[in-house]
Design a protein around this ligand. Structure first.
Ligand SMILES: O=C(O)[C@H](CS(=O)(=O)O)OP(=O)(O)O
Length: 234
């Protein structure tokens, strides 16, 4: 099984993803939100690129979530904080979701038939599931504003680490680097993250609790799956 890793959305090409199992990561915070919302009973998440698109989809049993510059959008019900997506707020609801990096990465990974949403929260469970599919794996990091992001890279390393425990893999050099980075830092994640600009930005706008939440490992057994413009739980 081959594993390829893409540092941000601009580096993905249709021919690289076709036929592969694709995992999209935006650990801070979009893919952590999606996984949490579905775990808490949200029916489906619809990722959209633009705020006006989200607003136009308002309706019964629909909630709007997301951010711009890390902050809640006017007219939306929720921000991009996974801590807001509790069972009492999201159960039985349809979430329309737009964020700066994460939802773009998901929508732009549509070249594959098998697209999953990954984060630290579900890494081990996701690895178990996708290994059984037996296809080559492409991991797409959302990055931040079109630039490589160390936080997504560490999460990619964790997912590769979990896959490697289960089956024989052939890692690209970039995948190996993520894998080794995770092994080296797994016991001191926050010492590593302090070098990450996205992490520092999140801290500067008061999101320390979100970060702590997003870097918990293997606490949610939810495997979000993107098909026909919607993300649902497997
Ligand atoms: O709010 C977030 O977590 C980020 C916003 S930004 O990158 O800090 O502008 O959005 P996401 O799409 O989840 O990376």
């Amino acid at each position: 099984m081959n594993i390829n890793l893409y540092p941000d959305v601009s580096s993905i090409k249709e021919e690289n993803l076709k036929g592969n199992t694709v995992v999209v990561i935006d650990v801070l915070r979009a893919t952590s939100v999606i996984t949490t919302a579905l775990y808490n009973g949200c029916l489906e998440v619809v990722p959209v690129l633009e705020v006006h698109e989200a607003l136009s989809l308002k309706g019964e049993n629909v909630i709007l979530g997301g951010e711009r510059k890390g902050l809640k959008i006017e007219g939306f019900d929720f921000s991009n904080s996974p801590l807001e997506y509790t069972k009492d707020k999201v159960e039985g609801k349809r979430l329309i979701f737009t964020t700066t990096n994460g939802t773009k990465a998901i929508v732009r990974s549509r070249y594959s038939d098998e697209i999953f949403i990954g984060c630290m929260l579900n890494a081990k469970f996701l690895a178990d599931y996708i290994v059984k599919l037996g296809k080559d794996i492409s991991i797409v990091c959302a990055g931040t504003n079109g630039i490589f992001s160390m936080d997504d890279f560490l999460c990619a390393g964790k997912i590769i680490y979990e896959i490697n425990k289960l089956t024989k893999v052939n890692m690209s050099d970039f995948s190996s680097l993520a894998y080794l980075t995770y092994i080296k830092n797994k016991d001191n994640v926050f010492d590593y993250l302090k070098y990450a600009s996205h992490y520092r930005y999140m801290l500067s706008i008061g999101l320390e609790e979100d970060i702590k939440y997003c870097f918990q490992e293997d606490i949610l057994d939810t495997i979000p799956y993107y098909k026909d413009g919607k993300i649902k739980r497997i």
